[in-house]
Ligand binder design. Structure first.
Ligand SMILES: C[S@@+](CC[C@H](N)C(=O)[O-])C[C@H]1O[C@@H](n2cnc3c(N)ncnc32)[C@H](O)[C@@H]1O
Length: 256
């Protein structure tokens, strides 16, 4: 499909239906602000997802098979795909995997890029019985499964999945990589923990690196403070409390 034909289309509609999450309608303006890409380029990339609906259908089927008809996943899986396709990161790092909706969309984009690796950290909690209890978290892992249980096997080639607490694993991972092009915080949503993760990845960020944090309604001033320290703006995704920033070229030292 030509860029002209794509213009005016609402992209990722088929993908959203296949995934079964109406909240996943992509916020193009948010991606534009984070990547600096044109809306035409973003629309073009998002249209790819409508050609990849079988992956979304597989993710949904995996959730249904585990009794999770509606899953408390990240609301922006298609924007994660677009950001990776547009910025072509070498190292994507995420904290918080659970069933792996964010992971699957990062991996899909990395596979399409033929470039880069996703490094994920997860410290899972496990569902106690065959049914999810009323007091149990929706992110707990169903019986017989493990972190990333909804990620299709054929996407796992570029995945470095590490199981443990981010407090224990993230510092070594960041030191090992030396550079982080894209970071997503989606694990323990407390102000202190987000501040710890941002301080940990800071030394490996470069101009143009993108930092995202979900559920910031629970993390107070940690993200805005980090953005101010870098001398940049934090952008909030429409309809959610997922925020992001792009490290500017002349940023202040993020680790100071
Ligand atoms: C909201 S879920 C992640 C959702 C995922 N990003 C998605 O899009 O489907 C949060 C995950 O982080 C894990 N977690 C909680 N505390 C953690 C910690 N300190 N270190 C690593 N993972 C943690 C939880 O067990 C859970 O698997």
């Amino acid at each position: 499909m030509s860029p002209g034909a794509r213009r005016g289309r609402r992209p990722a509609v088929r993908a959203r239906r296949a995934l079964g999450d109406a909240r996943a309608a992509p916020d193009l303006r948010w991606v534009e602000r984070l990547t600096g890409a044109s809306s035409d380029a973003i629309t073009s990339i998002l249209c790819e997802l409508d050609e990849l609906v079988s992956v979304e259908a597989e993710i949904r089927a995996a959730h249904r098979a585990a009794g999770r008809a509606f899953y408390a996943q990240i609301r922006a899986p298609f924007e994660l795909y677009a950001i990776v396709r547009l910025t072509r990161p070498l190292h994507v790092v995420e904290a918080g995997v659970s069933s792996g909706v964010s992971s699957a969309h990062f991996l899909l984009a990395l596979q399409r890029n033929h470039h880069g690796t996703l490094h994920s950290i997860d410290f899972p909690t496990f569902q106690r019985g065959p049914e999810l209890g009323a007091r149990e978290s929706g992110v707990s892992i169903p019986p017989g499964r493990s972190s990333g249980w909804a990620v299709p096997d054929r996407l796992k080639g570029r995945w470095d999945l590490r199981i443990g607490r981010s407090q224990d694993l993230l510092p070594n991972l960041v030191e090992e990589l030396g550079r982080v092009d894209l970071f997503l915080h989606d694990d323990l949503h407390t102000p202190a923990h987000l501040a710890f993760e941002l301080a940990t990845v800071a030394s490996a960020l470069r101009p143009g690196s993108i930092v995202l944090a979900d559920n910031t309604v629970w993390t107070g001033q940690s993200f805005p403070r980090f953005a101010r320290r870098l001398g940049t703006d934090a952008y909030r995704r429409r309809g959610s409390d997922l925020v992001g920033l792009r490290v500017p070229s002349a940023s202040r030292d993020p680790s100071s």
